[in-house]
Ligand binder design. Structure first.
Ligand code: LLP
Length: 422
């Protein structure tokens, strides 16, 4: 195993899980999730700052329960995420639903259960106000400040599909007023994996200024996007410095505010990203001339980030590699039938052999939630290492037979005859 690897947990534990549960398997650390929630909560002492967890980063119900237990509410972006949180017992008032091209049915579903709707277009705001006069909502604006680890996750720029344009906020106010709807919140989210803390501070400024025109304002939500380091040697986002700078500004704002206002942040990745690894097994090692490949039993169907965003995830060989040849450089390939299915490129690892177990790090956020059954493969299992140190299955893996049988059932072909007549 490589020296100084930043594995979040003893590699022998991961090996034991790989051997017992098989691979591919996502493993999450409860203690680390809790610790990260607590460190966020300590950032703004004695200020009206609350934290929402962006469910889309990792929506395993056990993970949601853990984070709820740390006093977080939830940022949801679909009616299904809303329902998931409700069914897990979350008070609807602790669920914030940032809609994105919401349907009428989704609007009625969420609004009728008392969930706060965060509305991102004038058309949807008008529909909401007409259907629910005299109630409350929040609006999402587009601050024209953009950031993010990749263009595909940069949401605050002028051309992004999200949010109400700043110059249209007065119109939003008019629409709401006409129906007696109180705009209680204003929100923006500039992107995921923010590169420049200054952009987040600039966004805060825009939101604070815009809120002044909203006479019923009760909360301001600054969105998520706190990054984590993925590459060796990359420095972490300086949260303390950010919180210091933001606190000064927020305190000034509160001193001049007419009504009591509270603030929200809604991170996902920062909480769960480093607390998860994807375990996979090498099954093929081959020299293709210019490159040597390690072939694994997972792929972009299970961890899409490298293929979709050229994202970097560290990979560690967990198996006992002492006494083998010196380190080699490999491409680490998935088992999906596309040449773009590469988990990692040009990685120096100890000589790796078929049967070795590998850990793909920082996979706790946007790993399983973005997984698919492409190539008709089963999803990975998920295992939680509990705070007490137990290993608990929190999602079981389907066998290939179950995977195909379920598919045939769902498509109404379970009883199909060979000639296609059922
Ligand atoms: N709030 C809203 C409205 C969001 O759209 C997002 C993420 C978050 C909060 C949480 O952002 P975070 O703190 O996790 O950066 N699949 C991509 C990330 C997409 C994030 C989309 N929105 C990835 O794997 O990098």
């Amino acid at each position: 195993m490589q020296a100084n690897h930043p594995l979040p947990v003893d590699p022998d534990r991961l090996l034991a899980i790989a051997e017992k549960w098989g691979t591919p398997t996502y493993v999450y650390l409860e203690a680390m999730i809790r610790e990260r929630c607590r460190s966020l909560k300590s950032l703004f002492p004695e200020m009206p700052v609350s934290w929402l967890y962006a469910v889309k980063a990792n929506d395993n119900p056990h993970v949601i329960r853990i984070i709820a237990g740390e006093g977080f509410g939830f940022d949801t972006v679909s009616y299904e995420e809303v329902l998931l949180c409700l069914k897990l017992g979350t008070d609807p008032r602790n669920i914030f639903y940032t809609e994105n091209n919401m349907t009428d049915a989704e609007m009625h579903g969420a609004a009728s259960q008392g969930v706060i709707l965060n509305i991102g277009s004038l058309g949807r705001l008008a529909a909401f106000c007409k259907a629910y006069p005299g109630t409350e909502c929040s609006i999402r604006i587009k601050p024209d400040i953009s950031d993010g680890h990749h263009a595909k996750v940069d949401t605050g720029n002028q051309d992004s599909k999200f949010g109400i344009r700043l110059d249209l906020v007065p119109e939003a106010v008019n629409i709401a007023r006409k129906h007696g709807v109180r705009i209680r919140g204003i929100h923006a989210h500039i992107g995921s994996g923010i590169q420049e803390p200054e952009n987040l501070l600039a966004e805060i400024e825009v939101l604070l200024k815009s809120s002044v025109n909203l006479q019923d304002i009760a909360f301001i939500n600054f969105g998520g996007g706190i990054p984590i380091p993925y590459r060796p040697g990359e420095s972490p986002f300086d949260l303390e410095r950010f919180a210091d700078l933001a606190s000064d500004r927020l305190k000034k704002f509160l001193a001049g505010a007419k009504n009591p206002v509270s603030f929200f942040f809604e991170p996902g990745r920062w909480i769960v990203g480093p607390a998860g690894v994807l375990l996979t097994q090498a099954n093929t090692v081959k020299d293709q001339g210019r490159k040597s490949f390690i072939g694994t039993d997972t792929g972009f169907n299970h961890l899409l980030r490298p293929a979709l965003y050229d994202a970097y995830h560290m990979v560690v060989n967990l198996s006992g590699t002492t006494g083998r040849e010196e380190d080699k450089t490999y491409h680490i390939a998935g088992n999906i039938c596309e040449s773009g299915d590469m988990l990692a490129l040009d990685r120096t690892l100890p000589e790796t052999r078929p049967g070795d177990y590998l850990a793909v790090l920082d996979a706790g956020a946007y790993g399983m939630t973005m997984a698919s059954q492409y190539n008709r493969r089963a999803l990975p299992a998920e295992v939680l290492i509990t705070t007490e140190g137990y290993h608990k299955t929190i999602r079981s893996r389907k066998s290939p037979e179950e995977t195909v049988d379920d598919f045939l059932r769902e498509t109404g072909m379970a009883a199909a005859q060979p000639d296609g007549v059922s």
